[in-house]
Design a protein around this ligand. Structure first.
Ligand code: DC
Length: 232
């Protein structure tokens, strides 16, 4: 896979996988900015499907209904105003897809074959030209197994739950720390044990445990590895 940018450097596909709350979103966003790459949040795509499932009262186990929903859904990422917005058939759903209820429902619909195969194709089209950082659970194993740089970002469940709790609290959500840690553990269970594309580290991914590390340490380590590979 060789795609060159104006600088002559290769434009790579960078995969960042790992469990929820490991810091993937902040890391991916910052890394993409530094590299001048596009950031693709594949979790937001699954969340968008879950939001519509919830709104339309669709049974999350009904594969035929999910197929119909997906075939009528266009998901777009818009960063024209500097912030990163998620659009579902033109509607801005950026905030609506982040509630705890949608997080839990997302984990359920992400196990459904219809949803996974539909989003897999969309993700492959979005990333095919390179110059992208994709964050998710199966990017390095299923979506882009030949990605030139792969990372598996993790942290302890307690640390991840605590970070999620702080985020939700800052947004004014009324949640308890125990409940948030329990939800992280429940989603881990669903993500690690589902039949299709379960969360697992690709054999050739660099594993980074972010427990106790600063964001800057993690991002600069990743950036230097990507830069080295761009020049290969
Ligand atoms: O990264 P996130 O928390 O926004 O992801 C939401 C859910 O979507 C999570 O339960 C895992 C699932 N997901 C997935 O199965 N595959 C991906 N590539 C991305 C997310």
């Amino acid at each position: 896979m060789s795609r060159s940018g104006p600088s002559g450097r290769r434009k790579l596909i960078v995969a960042i996988d790992g469990p929820s709350g490991a810091g993937k979103s902040s890391v991916t966003k910052a890394l993409a900015e530094r590299l001048g790459y596009i950031h693709i949040d594949t979790g937001a795509m699954f969340r968008t499907v879950a939001l519509l499932v919830s709104r339309q009262g669709i049974d999350p186990q009904d594969d035929a209904a999910l197929t119909r929903l997906c075939s009528q859904l266009i998901i777009e990422f818009d960063s024209s105003d500097g912030s990163s917005r998620v659009l579902a058939n033109g509607e801005d759903v950026t905030s609506a897809i982040r509630s705890p209820e949608i997080s839990l429902l997302t984990s359920k619909i992400a196990a459904m074959p219809s949803v996974r195969s539909h989003l897999l194709l969309q993700q492959q089209m979005l990333g095919a030209r390179g110059g992208v950082v994709l964050e998710g659970r199966d990017i390095g194993t299923v979506v882009f197994p030949a990605a030139e740089a792969k990372f598996y970002l993790t942290a302890s469940a307690e640390e991840r739950g605590r970070r999620r709790y702080e985020e939700l609290k800052a947004k004014g959500e009324h949640v308890s720390l125990e409940q948030t840690v329990a939800e992280v553990q429940m989603r881990d269970q669903q993500d690690f044990t589902r039949e299709i594309a379960p969360l697992r580290r690709a054999d050739d991914a660099v594993e980074i445990d972010s427990t106790g590390l600063t964001l800057e340490t993690v991002i600069s380590g990743m950036e230097s590895l990507v830069r080295t590979r761009e020049n290969r």
